[in-house]
Design a protein around this ligand. Sequence first.
Ligand code: 5GP
Length: 237
Amino acid sequence: MEKRDELYAGKAKSVYLTDDPDKLILHFRDDTSAFDGEKMEQLARKGMINNRFNAFIMTKLEEAGIPTHFEALLSDNEALVKNMEMIPVECVVRNIAAGSICRRLGVEEGLDLNPPTFEFFLKNDALHDPMINESHIETFGWATAEQVAKMKTLTFKVNDVLKKLFLDAGMLLVDYKLEFGVFHGEVVLGDEFSPDGCRIWDAETRKKLDKDRFRQGLGGVIEAYEEVARRLGVELP
Ligand code: 5GP
């Protein structure tokens, strides 16, 4: 597999073309951002941890029958993935209230959400990722009704798999954001699953073990990411 030109640089990952038009290389950088890129820092080891963490989770999801773009771990910071047409929509499931739902709806952080909620957001930093609904997605052509239904089903299926995985390791999966793409006509999970894009709390103490440590200036960001990885059994050098 030959790495070619950079296709795109996001806030935490860069995407490279390869000699295979169906494959891309994701490079996980140490850059850490919050508030649509307003707060930015480099945290040593973060790229490597998220790359290995993501590989571990994507493999678990594949094993559970959820199609993902993940193909192989290439190095500490790089993974080989399918080259998909990305759907510019973020899918969020919440098991416990935290973050924007508390601000928007005035609910208290820590409230159990039963059944879990599902929300769509438009992936657009300039507009601060506004919340959207299925009607917007269809009207503006971001995805078809069929693709919307598939994204929802797969996002909830991810919840079934990962809630248990985290709980078995003494952690609560509070919420998470997924992004999907289309590969040869099929809706497939893309982007990454790492503590950058989900909330994870210790099940006993409810200590925050995710990017909220960075957003809220709590410190110990990388230590928390490493702890989550270690508890799940992700191998880290
Ligand atoms: P909230 O809407 O509460 O800000 O976020 C809900 C969940 O989705 C959290 O786990 C958060 O980390 C994740 N999330 C929402 N938007 C983004 C985003 O633009 N980037 C990343 N990495 N995660 C996001």
